[in-house]
Ligand binder design. Structure first.
Ligand code: SAH
Length: 348
């Protein structure tokens, strides 16, 4: 038997066409589409304004490959980590990070990751596959529900900072953002979405050409090629100069300030020379720097730099008019912080 198609891979027009070719009214397609996206139905049986006969018809031709939130871990700081089971039993993680004024969803774009950044736990999992647009969308919808349940307000921000490299799953990530921001989906503002990338110049330029209105963050960690290449092998494929060229292009096209994510490690990038290189790099395009706390993972020797080194970064960046924020880690006790997503619970 032919495998049934995931109905959410179809556009609204294609679902309407399906009904028409079956001799049914095309507008049923619109109703089904609304159930699939806006109401985020898990099954055809939830579609209460669709007749039993049409539900049988849908079930004969299609499936809904909805995610299942399998396990929820709660941190003492209020952060929640969802282990998300996919239709083929693979698992990714997504995180809800609450603050008094807002809730942020940190979502995954791939199962595992192919980039091998030395300091990141996700790099230990081999990349298995890209997530579909609906699997990415469902993570956001699930966290939106949790935010309403636990905090009484909707999700306010989304960061593509979970497992995987979003720009290596370009089409599905773009489609997910389209649906998250569409009135036919979650209707969220693109200004509240940040896509974080290791920095793939070609893909950044391609994205800049698409009239996007969301924010871009780049995991920089060093503005010196030899040092960045040691930690992030991708830097050997495209170096800091290629990256800057793409970032300037992004800025010209979008008018937006870019965020650099940056961890300061002891003995790696904690000297004056490292800060000077960063300042020089930051002067070439409008940016702000987020200094991220290092979250220790089991398999490497990276250690967070001393307070003095971090203070030196802050003072010198500020003295040179570079915007800098220090980002405290959330959800460390449940391995939900940056770079800790590694399906640990699944491996026992
Ligand atoms: N692949 C994308 C999306 C992942 S975002 C990217 O690299 O941007 C995850 C962020 O956490 C990245 O900025 C990454 O550099 C950072 N990170 C990875 N491991 C970390 C760790 N152990 N501690 C703190 N930050 C880490």
């Amino acid at each position: 038997m032919q495998e049934k198609k995931d109905i959410r891979a179809l556009s609204k027009a294609a679902i309407c066409d399906f009904f028409e070719t079956q001799g049914e009214k095309a507008f049923r397609g619109k109703q089904v589409y609304e159930w699939l996206w806006k109401k985020n139905a898990h099954s055809f049986d939830e579609m209460t304004n669709i007749s039993k006969k049409l539900i049988v018809l849908l079930k004969t031709h299609f499936v809904i490959n909805h995610i299942a939130v399998d396990k929820i871990q709660k941190s003492k700081d209020g952060t929640i980590k969802n282990a998300v089971k996919l239709y083929d039993d693979l698992v990714v993680e997504s995180v809800m990070i609450p603050t008094p004024s807002r809730t942020t969803a940190c979502i995954s774009s791939q199962v595992g990751c192919s980039l091998a950044c030395e300091f990141c736990a996700t790099a230990l999992l081999k990349r298995q596959r890209n997530l579909t647009a609906s699997e990415i969308y469902d993570q956001v919808a699930a966290i939106n529900k949790e935010s309403l349940l636990y905090h009484g307000h909707k999700l306010s921000n989304i960061v593509y900072m979970g497992m995987g490299e979003p720009l290596l799953n370009y089409a599905n990530v773009m489609e997910s953002i389209k649906m998250i921001t569409s009135e036919e989906g979650l209707g969220m503002s693109p200004r509240r979405i940040t896509l974080s990338t290791v920095g793939l110049p070609k893909m950044i330029k391609k994205m800049a050409d698409e009239d996007v209105r969301f924010n871009l963050a780049v995991s920089l960690h060093s503005a010196i090629d030899s040092i960045r290449s040691k930690m992030m092998p991708i830097n050997d494929v495209s170096n800091l100069e290629d990256l800057m060229d793409a970032l300037q292009y992004w800025h010209v096209k979008t008018g937006n300030r870019i965020t650099f994510e940056y961890v300061v490690w002891k003995g790696i990038n904690d000297t004056r020379k490292d800060v000077d290189a960063l300042i020089k790099y930051c002067k070439r395009v409008p940016v702000k720097v987020n200094l991220i706390e290092y979250n220790a993972i089991d398999s490497n020797d990276f250690v967070q730099a001393d307070k003095e080194a971090i203070a030196m970064y802050i003072n010198l960046l500020e003295a040179n008019n570079v915007i800098v924020n220090v980002r405290r880690s959330r959800g460390k006790d449940i391995d939900a912080a940056c770079g800790q997503l590694a399906n640990k619970e699944e491996k026992v």
